[in-house]
Design a binder for this molecule. Structure first.
Ligand SMILES: [Zn+2]
Length: 299
């Protein structure tokens, strides 16, 4: 029986691979993302009006780490969080980090940390009606998990099942480890590929950089569409050239990340008006603020 199953599985794999090439390691459908955004959200209300970004720290590395084959030239990685502004409330995408976690990322090198901006992120978390994360790394989640106000923030924090699993079993650093008891105070989302999180906001499963990585789609009242891609790439050249990171300390599912980069490149060709935003691309951040597409401070 086991032999028969092996043959059948082998045949199925062979047939699907032979018919149209191997299935990509990851893919998504913009039509389904839009349909999810159009369906009734768990919270009622109109779509967001605008998006703001705050840069609370920097990492100074060379570009070759962010994009394989890029020159060994200085490249600033912005550490950021995003605020989604509705007419009557706000939501947060990512939560920043305290200075201790910031030092973990510096690996002994003293990198810039802006305590005043970090405080605006903290305040914005306190005022937000919902908080979600592009992924479970320290520079994105520590602002909630290590906050003295974590218990107060918890009821509005959406962690995915995959994010909780990593944070409880194999966190990026001990400082952000969740015990099962601590994890239980957050809203844990067992979600499908596409989940409406709030009016205009859709979470799209995109394990790759980490198991709990997701793309976050934000459809604004104006009709504009934004896609926050977290750390799928650290620089938008990664999307333009479909090239992954080349950082020895990063352990990610390379096949999934490359499939995501290819999908994003095709998306930017087919839907040039849709704004794809990488968390750490400092050149893109400055450009989007200059063009008025992102606000540069929190409200
Ligand atoms: Zn990051």
């Amino acid at each position: 029986m086991r032999y028969l199953i092996t043959i059948l599985v082998g045949l199925t794999l062979h047939v699907s691979a032979g018919a149209q090439g191997p299935a990509p390691a990851w893919t998504a459908s913009l039509a389904q993302i839009r349909a999810t955004a159009a369906a009734p959200a768990p919270t009622r209300g109109s779509r967001p009006l605008r998006l703001n970004v705050a840069k609370f720290a920097e990492s100074r590395r060379t570009k070759n780490f962010s994009v394989q084959g890029a020159p060994v030239e200085p490249s600033v990685q912005a550490r950021t969080a995003f605020q989604v502004v509705y007419a009557d409330r706000t939501a947060m995408i990512d939560a920043g980090m305290d200075e201790q976690v910031h030092r973990f990322f510096g690996r002994g090198v003293d990198e810039p940390y802006d305590a005043a901006v970090a405080r605006t992120v903290e305040d914005a978390l306190g005022r937000a009606s919902a908080i979600m994360f592009t992924h479970e790394h320290g520079d994105h989640v520590a602002g909630v998990l290590r906050s003295p106000r974590a218990a107060e923030l918890a009821p509005k924090v959406m962690l995915t099942r995959e994010q909780v699993s990593v944070l409880t079993t194999a966190p990026q650093m001990p400082e952000i480890r969740l015990t099962p008891e601590l994890a239980a105070r957050y809203r844990v989302l067992d979600h499908e590929m596409y989940t409406a999180a709030a009016p205009g906001i859709v979470l799209i499963k995109a394990g790759g950089h980490t198991p709990g990585s997701q793309l976050i789609y934000v459809a604004l009242e104006s009709g504009r569409e934004d896609l926050l891609i977290g750390d799928v790439t650290w620089h938008m050249d990664g999307v333009r050239e479909v090239k992954g990171k080349d950082a020895p300390w990063v352990t990610e599912d390379r096949a999934a990340v490359l499939a995501q980069l290819a999908w994003l490149k095709e998306l930017s060709r087919a839907e040039p008006q849709l704004l794809i935003v990488a968390s750490h691309d400092e050149e893109q951040r400055l450009d989007l603020i200059r063009r008025g597409l992102l606000g540069g401070t929190f409200e």
